[in-house]
Design a protein around this ligand. Structure first.
Ligand code: NAG
Length: 254
C-alpha cells in the first residue's frame, strides 16, 4: 500500500507530466502492444553489417519473429512516451543479455534517439520511450525486459503459424484472413499485421490488457489479401553489404 502510494506520488511529477508527441499531457495507458518483427523483412533494409546487427550473425541470425518492443497504448489511439527522467542502464539487465540478444535483437548498426536528446542503443530507445510509460503495471527496467520476454515466450506466434502450416517461404503466399484466424483460434484475440509493399510481413502485433490477457488489437492490418513470410539468407558478421570491395578488404587487414 505504501509502495503504491509512493508510486502515485512519483507519477505526478514524472509519469504523466511528460510531453506527448502531440505536445499534450499524458495519462495512464489502457493496454499493451507486443510488437514483433519478421527478421527477413527487417533485414532487407538493414544496410550495413556490424557485430551488433542481428541480421549479420551468419547461421545464428534469427529466423523467427523477434521482439520490437512492448508498447503501452491508449484505447482512443496514440500512446504515451518518455514518461520519466530515468536513463537506461544496461547493467540492470545484464542477467537477461543472452535472451535479449537472441529474442530481441536490433537489425541495425547505428544508434537511435533516446528521450534525453542523445543517442543510444535500440534497447535504450525502447525502454526510455515505451518502458517508462508502463507503470504502474511494470515498474523499472528489469521488470520491463523480463515481462516482455516472458509474454513473448508464452504467446509464441511463430509456433502457432508453423503448426497451422504457415511456414517461411519465398514462393508461398498465404491469405491474411487465414493467418489472422489461426492466431485468433489459439490466443482468442486478433493481431495486427503490417507488410512491406510486396506483401512481405514486416511486423505482427499482439495486444494484451493490463493483466496480460490477450485482447483484440482493434487496429487495421496494412497488408494485401495475400501475404508472405520470406526466408532470409543471413549475412556474415564481417561482410559489409554494398561496400566498395577494397574497403572491406582494408577492414579485414586492420
Ligand atoms: C517458439 O516456437 C518455435 C517453433 O516451435 C521455437 O523454435 C522457438 O524456440 C519458440 N520460441 C520461444 C521464445 O520459446
Amino acid at each position: 500500500m505504501v509502495f503504491l502510494l509512493l508510486l502515485q506520488l512519483l507519477a505526478v511529477p514524472f509519469g504523466f507530466a511528460a510531453e506527448s508527441p502531440s505536445g499534450g499531457e499524458q495519462w495512464e495507458f489502457d493496454y499493451f502492444v507486443l510488437a514483433l518483427q519478421w527478421p527477413a523483412t527487417s533485414c532487407k533494409n538493414a544496410g550495413k553489417c556490424c557485430p551488433a546487427n542481428g541480421c549479420c550473425r551468419g547461421d545464428d541470425s534469427p529466423t523467427e519473429f523477434t521482439i520490437h518492443g512492448l508498447w503501452p497504448q491508449y484505447n482512443k489511439g496514440g500512446w504515451p512516451s518518455c514518461c520519466t527522467d530515468e536513463n537506461f542502464d544496461e547493467n540492470e539487465i545484464s542477467t537477461l543479455t543472452e535472451d535479449i540478444q537472441k529474442y530481441w535483437p536490433t537489425y541495425r548498426c547505428g544508434t537511435t534517439s533516446t528521450c534525453h536528446r542523445t543517442k543510444g542503443s535500440f534497447w535504450t530507445h525502447e525502454y526510455e520511450k515505451h518502458g517508462t510509460c508502463s507503470a504502474p503495471v511494470i515498474v523499472g527496467e528489469y521488470d520491463y525486459f523480463l515481462t516482455t520476454l516472458t509474454i513473448f515466450s508464452k504467446y509464441n506466434v511463430t509456433k502457432v503459424l508453423v503448426d497451422a502450416g504457415f511456414v517461411a517461404s519465398n514462393t508461398e503466399k498465404y491469405p491474411i484472413e487465414d493467418v489472422v484466424a489461426a492466431i485468433k483460434k489459439e490466443f482468442n484475440a486478433t493481431p495486427k499485421i503490417t507488410c512491406a509493399k510486396n506483401g512481405a510481413v514486416k511486423e505482427l502485433w499482439l495486444c494484451f490488457d493490463k493483466s496480460f490477457e490477450p485482447r483484440d488489437c482493434d487496429l487495421a492490418n496494412s497488408c494485401p489479401d495475400l501475404i508472405e513470410l520470406p526466408t532470409y539468407d543471413p549475412k556474415e558478421p564481417n561482410k559489409v553489404e554494398g561496400a566498395i570491395p577494397w574497403i572491406a578488404d582494408a577492414e579485414k587487414i586492420i
